[in-house]
Design a protein around this ligand. Structure first.
Ligand code: ADP
Ligand code: MG
Length: 261
C-alpha cells in the first residue's frame, strides 16, 4: 500500500494576545491508501490542530506551521498558496466536523448546497445530473426519503441526519482522504454507532482513506487500522490497533486503555 499522507515533524504555533502559543510539536505519522487511522488523546492534546493543519485551515486562525512538512500523494502542502489549497480541499481531501450545522449555510436547502459542491468540482455536470448524484449520495449515507430531504433546510434535519448530510457533502467531491474530527461526539449512542458503521462501509466499499479523530478508545478499537496517540501536543505512541491494545508502551496509552476496560 502506498503512502497517501505523510506528516513529518510538524509543529504549529498560534499568534495570540498573550504571545505565540505552540499547539503541536514534532508530530509525525502517515496514512496509507485505504487505511483508517485514528488520532486519539484527551481534549487539548492537539488533535484538531493537527487535522486542520492538513487542510491548512489553521491559516484562518492566526496559526502557522513553524517546522516540518505535510505531503499528500507527493504534493507538499506546507508551501502551497490558498488558491491551490482550495482546489485540493474537497477534491483530494474533505473534512467533517463535530458540529454539522457549521458545514451548512442555514439559508439554503441541503440539496442546493450539495448540488452546488458537486457542480463546482465536476466540470460539465448539468444541474440535473448533479441533483441525481446528490440524491444518490444522501441515499448512500443512509438518509431516508432523500428527494424530500434535498428540499429541506439544515435546521429541519435531526443532528444525526445532518451529520450524515455533512458526510454526503464531503463525499460529493470524491475525495481520497476523509478527515473526520469527532464526528459522533455530539450524537446519542445509537446514532454514533450508525455513523461509525457508515465510515467503516466507506472504507470497505470505496477503499477510502480516513483520518478519524476521537477521544474514545472504544471507537478507535472498532474502526482503526492504526492508532496515533497524542498527549500535550505530541505524538507519544503509534501502532497497529491490535498491537497497541495488546502492548501499549507509553504510560499515557496504558491509562487510556484502562479507562475503557
Ligand atoms: P484537541 O482537538 O485535541 O482537543 P486542539 O487541537 O483543539 O485539541 O488544541 C490543541 C492546543 O492548541 C490547545 O492548547 C488549544 O488551546 C490550542 N489552540 C487550538 N486552536 C487555537 C487557536 N485558534 N488559537 C490559539 N490556540 C489554539
Ligand atoms: Mg478537537
Amino acid at each position: 500500500m502506498g503512502t497517501l499522507l505523510e506528516i513529518d515533524r510538524l509543529s504549529v504555533e498560534f499568534a495570540t494576545a498573550k504571545g505565540d502559543l505552540q499547539a503541536i510539536e514534532d508530530v509525525s505519522f502517515s496514512i496509507c491508501a485505504g487505511e483508517v487511522v485514528c488520532l486519539v488523546g484527551e481534549s487539548g492534546s492537539g488533535k484538531s490542530v493537527t487535522s486542520k493543519a492538513i487542510l491548512r485551515l489553521i491559516d484562518d486562525e492566526n496559526g502557522s506551521i513553524t517546522a516540518g512538512s505535510i505531503t499528500l500523494d507527493g504534493i507538499e502542502i506546507t508551501g502551497l498558496t490558498q488558491d491551490t489549497l482550495r482546489s485540493l480541499r474537497g477534491k483530494r481531501m474533505a473534512m467533517v466536523f463535530q458540529e454539522p450545522m457549521a458545514a451548512f449555510d442555514p439559508v439554503f436547502t441541503i440539496g442546493s448546497q450539495i448540488v452546488e459542491t458537486i457542480r463546482r468540482h465536476t466540470r460539465q455536470c448539468t444541474a440535473n445530473q448533479a441533483w441525481r448524484q446528490a440524491v444518490e449520495l444522501l441515499r448512500r449515507v443512509g438518509i431516508p426519503e432523500p428527494e424530500l430531504r434535498m428540499k429541506q433546510y439544515p435546521n429541519e434535519l435531526s443532528g444525526g441526519m445532518l451529520q450524515r448530510a455533512m458526510i454526503a457533502m464531503a463525499l460529493s467531491c470524491d475525495p481520497e482522504l476523509l478527515i473526520a474530527d469527532e464526528p459522533t461526539t455530539a450524537l446519542d449512542v445509537t446514532i454514533q454507532a450508525q455513523i461509525l458503521q457508515l465510515l467503516q462501509d466507506l472504507k470497505t466499499e470505496y477503499r477510502m482513506s480516513i483520518l478519524l479523530i476521537t477521544h474514545d478508545m472504544g471507537v478507535a478499537a472498532q474502526i482503526a487500522d492504526r492508532i496515533v496517540v497524542m498527549y500535550a501536543g505530541k505524538v507519544v505512541e503509534q501502532a497497529a490497533t491490535k498491537e497497541l491494545f495488546a502492548q501499549p508502551r507509553h504510560p499515557y496509552t496504558q491509562g487510556l486503555l484502562q479507562s475503557i476496560t
